[in-house]
Design a protein around this ligand. Structure first.
Ligand code: NI
Length: 142
């Protein structure tokens, strides 16, 4: 584990009450871990905004496979971007609805562009990209 630093933080009492309520609802046992997670989350969010940042993540799609040519189009997009895609998981939710999760790794701007292309494809009901930064937070000893 990396060296620990202790800091004192001045915080508005009302804000602290809200924070404590929030972290309790999330299952945190103490404020320190909650603060650390918030800081890491903010650092990762900032890091993945940089176009050249290396990211890992997922593109999740919900679509109707009866939509004309949609499955072919999504497959074609994945082959065109095979260098970004580690794996794809497909689940048939019911007779017509599919859930597809595409695991991606590459530069932030390319991953976002691929996600935009897939999500905006006609027939995709809902899509979301989640990106994390594999290099933003690593304790020194890891
Ligand atoms: Ni399916």
């Amino acid at each position: 584990m990396s060296d620990l630093s202790r800091i004192g933080v001045a915080i508005d009492s009302d804000l602290l009450v809200q924070f404590d309520r929030f972290i309790n609802s999330q299952g945190y046992e103490n404020r320190s871990e909650a603060f650390r997670d918030l800081i890491r989350d903010r650092l990762v969010s900032a890091a993945v905004e940089s176009p050249d940042a290396p990211v890992v993540g997922t593109i999740t799609l919900i679509y109707n496979h009866h939509s004309r040519l949609l499955p072919d189009k999504l497959m074609e997009l994945q082959h065109e971007h095979h260098d970004l895609i580690i794996a794809t998981t497909h689940a048939h939710l019911d007779h017509e609805t599919c859930l597809e999760v595409v695991v991606v790794k590459g530069k932030s701007n390319r991953v976002r562009a691929l996600a935009d292309l897939m999500i905006s494809t006609k027939g995709v009901h809902h899509g979301r990209v989640v990106m994390s930064s594999p290099t933003t937070y690593h304790p020194k000893s890891e």
